[in-house]
Design a protein around this ligand. Sequence first.
Ligand code: SF4
Length: 222
Amino acid sequence: MKLEQDKYQLIHARDLTREATYGVELHKKIVESCSRHEDDWDGCKRCPLHKTASQKVYWRGTVPCDILFVGEAPGRDEDSLGYPFVGKAGKKIFDLLLLDSFDRLFDPFSYAVTNAVSCLPLDYTDHDPTSGKLPPLRQPTLAEGEKCRPRFLEMLDIADPRAIVLMGKVAKKLVKPALDHWGVPILEIYHPAYCLRQGGDSALSYKTMLVDLVEFVTNLEL
Ligand code: SF4
C-alpha cells in the first residue's frame, strides 16, 4: 500500500467548519441537523441489530457534499470507533481510492460516507458464548435495511449530495430502492473490502473501481 501517514491527515473524521462556504447561519443549521439526527437515532431499537452494536455508526466526511459514498454496515473497528470505513479493510482501500481519484481530477470532490445500516451485524446462529470467541460478522438483511432506511434518508437529506456511489452488492440491494426518486446520478462500485481480498490497490477490481469513479466524477462536472 502506498498510503502514507501524512496523507491520512486529508481524510478527516468530520468537517463541519466551513462557515466561510455556507455562511454562519446556514452552517449553524447544518451542525444542528447533524446533532439532532444522531440524538434521534442513538436510542433506536427498530431492528435486532441494536442488540449486537456497542454504538451507532453514522457518517464521516463533509456535509453537504458532492458525493455520498454508501457501504453496507459497520464492522468491528467502526463499531468501536464510531465512524464508518475506519477499520483496516475499509479505510485502507476507501481512503486510497479517494486520494488516487483526487490525484487524477482537476478539482477534487467533497464527500461523506455512511452505511445502509448503522449497527454492527453479528451472527449468533452457531455461536457458543462459552467459547471465548466473538460471533462472526454477517450481512445485514433486507428487513434490517428497511428498518434503517429512514435514518439513511435523513442522512441523505443532510448530506444533500450531487451524486451517490454505492459500494458493494449489499449496499445496492438495501439502499437503491430508496433512491429511485432522489434524482441524482448513481455509480455502483466494488466494496473496498472485496478489493482488499483481491490484492488491494494492485488488483484489477481496484483499478476498475478507480477508473469508473474518475470517469463518473469527470462527467458530473462538479
Ligand atoms: S441498524 Fe438502524 S434501524 Fe437497526 S437498530 Fe441500528 S439504527 Fe436502528
